[in-house]
Design a protein around this ligand. Structure first.
Ligand code: HEM
Length: 439
């Protein structure tokens, strides 16, 4: 490949354009759905078929720690380092399966009561914002709902909202660091760990019927208390940040035609289930996953081109690109709750497939149903510019004001934000010219 063409592709531009990355993905995917980027030394995977194949291939490990000394947390005290680099998400094999089985078992057991519990939580939150002229869709709705649901799963007391919000803020720092975004106060992670250590001591005396209690009863699956705590911290973040982002970034997509979706919901009780699925595809809260090849893997036959991935090489799998692959989703930039293809990758794929998927789907579905019923004329507050969290992987809208009585006014989208149909195939206009740059 020419030096010129290589120099036009900017990896950092791709990672930085988290608010509107789809034109770059379209250009990359059209060139090669598995592309080796020499500047970052990462394989960038944007095709749906390639993402599915790699995530289900156990030769690619989730243990992607960068211990070569390049890691910004290499000198950190061990609890802090482990909290960022360990936990079920970064574990393979038997150790991973054991933890996942406990999570799935508890979620299965709680599943029966989940619809009633979540409905009560949404009603309570909506009662608090009802009657006002405007409210913040993120701070007043998506944030408390996602927090309450996961706090209940872990068995944290729900009464003291201010305390829970403090834990959530510390947990956001943890989520940022785990996803590789380090411009945060890492001491928050130690603070959250300290609090969960106190919860552990209290629950050892009286373990409840919750996930924390189940981990305590099966604590032989963990090396030590730190590992148990780190997994609870990870679940606290994994369940909150993602669901919050689907609601915060997804509902603004619906506001321009809110009354139409209200009619659809009244006419068809399955509408919100399908709409939730489509929002998961459109928003895809975890932009990308990382994997590392544990041996040489030859994918060139399956995916024509030079796709021999060497042992030790790392891959970035862009779930949100796979979710807009036109080979699988017709008109991928359009919100279409009537799609017959629902093979989206928002919850990942393969052995690490999200164990909280069922709970999250239910949460989003009930939130939509009750929002449509309570506020039939919801609209964006056009005088307010939404704010974003700049975490390139998990960051989403952090503040978005809505008016219950405004009607379906067109939202003023965040600069470059979602809420508009995105153009595709404009890579050339962005100066992106990709070629295989394997060196
Ligand atoms: C819309 C909401 C959610 C989305 C989009 C989402 C997305 C994901 C994705 C993409 C993964 C795969 C990670 C990988 O392969 O490396 C994952 C894993 C995980 N998620 Fe979720 N998640 C959501 C909600 C939840 C909830 C509510 C929980 C609470 C139980 C949860 C707990 C987990 C855990 C524990 C893992 C690690 C699983 C493993 O490594 O085997 N998630 N999630």
């Amino acid at each position: 490949m020419s030096q010129d063409a290589q120099s036009q592709f900017s990896f950092s531009a791709l990672v930085r354009s988290y608010r509107d990355p789809h034109p770059i993905y379209a250009a990359l995917r059209a060139h090669d759905g598995i592309f080796f980027d020499a500047s970052s030394q990462f394989w960038l995977v944007t095709g749906h078929a390639a993402t599915t194949a790699i995530l289900s291939d156990q030769r690619f490990s989730s243990d992607v720690r960068f211990e070569s000394g390049a890691s910004p947390q290499a000198d950190a005290p061990s609890f802090l380092r482990d909290a960022i680099e360990k936990g079920i998400i970064f574990t393979d094999g038997e150790a991973h399966r054991r933890v996942q089985n406990v999570i799935l078992r508890v979620l299965g057991r709680m599943g029966k009561e989940a619809p009633a519990n979540i409905t009560a939580m949404v009603r309570q939150i909506l009662a608090g914002v009802r009657g006002g002229e405007a409210f913040d869709l993120v701070k007043d709705f998506a944030e408390p709902l996602s927090l309450l649901v996961v706090a209940q799963l872990l068995g944290l007391p729900l009464e003291d909202e201010a305390h829970l919000r403090k834990l959530a803020a510390w947990s956001d720092t943890h989520g940022d660091a785990v996803s590789g975004y380090l411009r945060v106060d890492l001491q928050d992670i130690t603070r959250l760990g300290g609090h969960f250590r106190e919860v552990l001591a209290a629950k050892r005396e009286a373990p409840g019927d919750d996930l924390f209690g189940a981990f305590i009863q099966e604590d032989a699956i963990f090396v030590d208390d730190d590992e148990l705590i780190i997994n609870c911290m990870m679940i606290f973040g994994a369940g909150r940040v993602t669901t919050r982002k689907v609601l915060s970034n997804g509902i603004p997509l619906l506001l321009p035609e809110w009354s139409r979706w209200g009619r659809a919901h009244r006419g068809d009780p399955t509408f919100c289930k399908r709409a939730a699925e489509e929002l998961l595809r459109m928003v895809t809260p975890t932009r990308y996953l990382l994997r590392c090849a544990t041996e040489d893997v030859e994918l060139s036959e399956q995916f024509p081109g030079d796709h021999l991935i060497y042992e030790g090489e790392k891959l970035m799998l862009f779930l949100e690109a796979a979710n807009r692959d036109p080979a699988v989703f017709a008109d991928p930039d359009v919100f279409d709750p009537d799609r017959t293809t629902t093979r989206h990758m928002a919850f990942g794929f393969g052995p690490h497939y999200c164990p909280g998927a069922k709970l999250a789907r239910l949460e989003i579905q009930i939130a939509l149903e009750l929002l449509l019923e309570t506020f039939p004329a919801l609209g964006a507050d056009a005088t307010f510019a939404p704010r974003w969290n700049p975490n390139p992987n998990l960051g989403g809208i952090t503040s978005f004001r809505v008016c219950p009585f405004r009607g379906a006014a067109a939202p003023r989208t965040a600069e470059g934000g979602q809420g508009v149909e995105l153009p595709t195939g404009v890579g050339a206009e962005l100066g992106i010219n990709v070629e295989s740059s394997r060196t």
